[in-house]
Design a protein around this ligand. Structure first.
Ligand SMILES: Cc1ncc(C[n+]2csc(CCOP(=O)(O)OP(=O)(O)O)c2C)c(N)n1
Ligand SMILES: [Mg+2]
Length: 642
């Protein structure tokens, strides 16, 4: 092996090899104790992970939240035992007892890495491909933060991905986007073991991954022996020196060192078993009790952690100098990092409501226009629908200038959402992304992770019903609002006018621990004005978004008929409690399933829409005052007749 290993600042060859076996056997011990998990990936990827963590990753285990730390994403999240072993070895708050409780209820070592559960875990991974995409988001956030605060931002993002991550379509979106934006601070290591769960990769995939990433505009490297630290280290050095994002294919053997199963899918996802584990340890000359970190490894890790702590201390000094030289910028950095809002956000949004009828997507654009001068950390964009979704947002972020506020995600909805998650996790930014509501299905897996990770990503989802019109049923959401409501922790807001749209933006931004979907219309809506004080109601009509004005119209007629009618705009349905005394009726141009059981009569749409003019399609499906009145009257007479 080469000079690299003789550098004074890196562990000795013996320690390196011992550390790699430590990672391998910690992982195998964890999986064995749990009788569940994935030993193969950690055993094969241990050398690359150790090379990265011992020679490149700049982090301070004593403060996993240090803003300028390097980020490490284990995109192949099923290899979680690899990450937990490293965190434990480097002195993160993950004691041995937690490794022993791998995959057990309430432990800090869940089956797949989960953000917020374990110190040092940067994001929730497991859904393959999304880790890589979040890493792209982190790398973008780093460049954007660097453009705003160069004095205190200078870090890298590393990811380890598996074959599965690269087969997932979202990896295309992520890699293409990263190549376009020249995210040179991103380095991706591919655990190239040619194996997945069902067998060898060539059963379903023959991609030339290096050519593929080169075509995206990445720098590529191939390491032919994934156990050769010097080779991996040299590839990492070249990757860091290259201005493009880097992709390093590291040829590995899944389950390396486990006789009989190494190199096969048998090593992927089952414990080795006591016997085989003992055999593997014997072959490696490993005679420590389970969960041992040998002293030389512990010492080497402590030393490495110490140099991370010194880097952190130097950064603190740089930050103190920044506070002296640019107090306002430093204060903005701190506030944005803490997701605090400046007080003028509420004022800015209060200016939005006007008198004229307009679509809520336009009202939302007005909100963004009002927010841009007062909330510099707000950034976002669209999957190529910025104009139609009302998310035009200042200068474009480009590879030559990351100081912009608007991100052109291209037609990559899933990629957009996962990148937004990465940016939000990185910190220092509040983020939004937009597309048509009907295409929320394209980004849903990342939206689900926003909710699971508690990230306050704002999803601007417009063209929110069959009122879309001429584009027809492919573009007309029917089940989408209701299906978004099914995602735990997602705040779904469907405002009815300017005032409610401004309020929705305020709620979305004030929320710091979970995502919000703003469901907005294409078509114009009247401004409702202040609610009239209602007398005792015998009828309560609850509606959302564009159907609130329809409810108002219907209520006016029913009041003339002598009913006491209250109209409720349930722009967050989760906060709606139906009247216990009045007959309750809901109107929403979408699936009724979530309203049934909540109200006495649910008026909605339980079929696909049609191509045609928006108002005609709405009328065709019964969304006119006359048709709604007829439904209500029939219902009331039936009830009276019982
Ligand atoms: C989106 C998604 N689909 C399917 C799975 C189930 N799954 C977990 S690991 C895996 C195989 C992944 O193969 P690879 O990335 O090569 O990992 P290795 O077997 O080499 O450890 C699959 C299909 C998943 N976690 N995420
Ligand atoms: Mg594989």
């Amino acid at each position: 092996m080469t000079d690299v290993l003789q550098r004074p600042d890196v562990p000795s060859v013996e320690t390196d090899l011992l550390a790699i076996d430590t990672i391998r056997f910690l992982a195998a011990d964890m999986v064995q104790a749990a009788k569940s998990g994935h030993p193969g990936m950690p055993m094969g990827a241990a050398p690359m992970a150790w090379t990265l963590w011992s020679r490149h990753l700049r982090h301070d285990p004593a403060d996993p939240a240090w803003a300028d730390r390097d980020r490490f994403v284990l995109s192949a999240g099923h290899g979680s035992a690899l990450l937990y072993g490293l965190l434990h070895m480097f002195g993160y708050d993950l004691p041995e007892e937690q490794l022993r409780r791998f995959r057990q209820l309430g432990s800090q070592t869940p089956g797949h890495p989960e953000f917020g559960h374990t110190a040092g875990v940067e994001c929730t991974t497991g859904p393959l491909g999304q880790g890589l995409t979040m890493a792209v988001g982190m790398a973008l956030a780093e460049r954007m933060q660097h453009a705003r605060h160069p004095e205190v931002t200078d870090h890298r993002t590393y990811a380890i991905v598996g074959d599965g991550c690269l087969m997932e379509g979202v990896s295309h979106e992520a890699a293409s986007f990263a190549g376009h934006l020249g995210l040179g601070r991103l380095v991706v290591l591919w655990d190239d073991n040619a194996i997945t769960i069902d067998g060898s990769v060539d059963r379903s995939c023959d991609d030339d991954q290096l050519a593929r990433f080169a075509a995206y505009g990445w720098h590529t490297e191939a390491v032919v022996d994934g156990t050769d630290i010097a080779e991996i280290d040299a590839a990492l050095e070249r990757a860091k020196a290259d201005p493009r994002p880097s992709f390093i294919a590291v040829r590995t053997v899944i389950g390396q060192g486990a006789p009989g199963v190494e190199g096969t899918s048998k090593a992927h996802g089952a414990p080795l078993g006591e016997e085989l584990l003992a055999e593997a340890k014997q072959v490696a000359g490993w005679d420590h009790p389970p969960f041992t970190v040998p002293d030389p490894v512990r010492e080497a890790c402590a030393e490495l952690a110490g140099s991370g702590a010194r880097a952190h201390a130097a950064w603190r000094e740089a930050f103190a100098a920044y506070e002296e030289s640019a107090p306002e910028a430093a204060a903005t950095f701190v506030r944005a990092q803490a997701r605090g809002l400046p007080s003028d956000v509420t004022e800015a949004l209060a200016q939005v409501p006007g008198e004229k009828a307009r679509a809520t997507r336009q009202a939302s654009q007005a909100c963004l226009d009002a927010l841009r001068p007062v909330l510099p950390e707000l950034t976002g964009g669209s999957a190529d629908l910025a104009g139609s979704t009302g998310t035009v947002y200042g200068d474009l972020v480009t590879r030559d200038d990351y100081a912009g506020t608007a991100i052109a995600f291209g037609i990559r909805e899933f990629g957009m959402a996962a990148i937004l998650n990465g940016m939000s996790l990185h910190g220092g930014f509040r983020v939004f992304g937009s597309t048509f509501l009907v295409f929320s299905d394209y980004l849903r897996p990342a939206l689900r992770l926003s909710a699971l990770m508690g990230q306050p990503v704002v999803y601007v989802l417009t063209h929110d019903s069959v009122a879309v019109g001429e584009d027809g049923p492919t573009h007309q959401p029917v089940e989408h609002v209701e299906s978004l409501r099914l995602i735990p922790g997602l705040q779904v807001l469907r405002p009815a006018d300017d005032a409610e749209t401004a309020e929705a933006w305020r709620l979305a931004l004030e929320r710091t621990d979970g995502p919000t979907a703003l469901v907005l219309t294409r078509q114009g809506l009247p401004q409702r004005g202040a609610e009239s004080a209602a007398g005792p109601a015998t009828l309560e009509i609850v509606a959302t978004g564009s159907e609130v004005s329809l409810a108002d119209e219907v209520a006016t007629v029913l009041r003339k008929d002598g009913y006491g009618v209250r109209v409720v705009s349930a722009f967050d349905r989760s906060h709606y409690t139906p009247s216990s005394t009045a007959t309750t009726i809901s109107i929403e141009a979408g699936r009724t399933s979530g309203w049934e059981g909540l109200v006495d009569l649910a008026i909605g749409l339980d079929a696909f829409g049609d191509s045609g003019k928006g108002d005609e399609v709405m009328a065709h499906h019964g969304f006119t005052a006359d048709a709604v009145l007829a439904r209500i009257r029939t219902h009331l007479s039936r009830v009276a007749g019982v």
